[in-house]
Design a binder for this molecule. Structure first.
Ligand SMILES: [Zn+2]
Length: 180
């Protein structure tokens, strides 16, 4: 889960940073082989191996990471109430990107190197949500406005954040309604 949150909060901005993220969070724990490149939907494959890209700004890598990050957050937002769309969980199971961890009730990610980057990150979220479903159903918050992820629904609900509070918006709308 830390790996997935790290990707969402501080998305890797270079091939070297993304390779390091893979190494630390997925390759070292034995969950997947080291990928030579990453891909995401429409975009071209971007290599993770040195030598570094010709353009030091690595715009293709950044764009790919941004697209993957957005797809991950959109899946998590759909998972929030009232829709509670958990198709990304069944998709991860059917595609074999998560598997039961030993004979416990826990799950672990097992993405393939050729999977979309977003599917790899989603497999990390899926393994944690499948392992701790009740916790996530109670505490996982994704702001529907800015897609911020949090684990404290007490102040802004599960679809808000400190800056975007659904309850506050509703009460303002009620107050502005003309009296009957
Ligand atoms: Zn927000």
């Amino acid at each position: 889960m830390l790996a997935a949150l790290t990707f969402v909060d501080r998305p890797p901005q270079s091939a070297a940073a993304l390779a390091a993220w893979f190494e630390k969070h997925l390759v070292a724990p034995g969950w997947m082989p080291r990928p030579a490149h990453v891909t995401e939907g429409f975009s071209e494959q971007v290599t993770l191996a040195p030598p570094a890209a010709a353009d030091p700004e690595e715009p293709e890598l950044r764009e790919l990471v941004g697209a993957a990050r957005f797809r991950v957050l959109a899946s998590l937002r759909a998972f929030m109430p009232p829709a509670a769309d958990d198709r990304f969980l069944t998709a991860a199971i059917r595609a074999g990107r998560v598997r039961p961890a030993g004979d416990t009730a826990l799950w672990e990610p097992c993405p393939r190197a050729e999977d979309l980057l977003s599917d790899i990150v989603l497999s990390l979220f899926a393994a944690d949500i499948l392992s701790y479903r009740e916790f996530h159903d109670a505490y996982l918050c994704v702001c529907k406005t800015c897609l911020r992820i949090d684990f404290d629904p007490s102040t802004s609900g599960r679809t808000g954040c400190p800056e975007h509070q659904p309850t506050a918006t509703v009460s303002v709308m009620r107050r502005s309604r003309p009296p009957l």
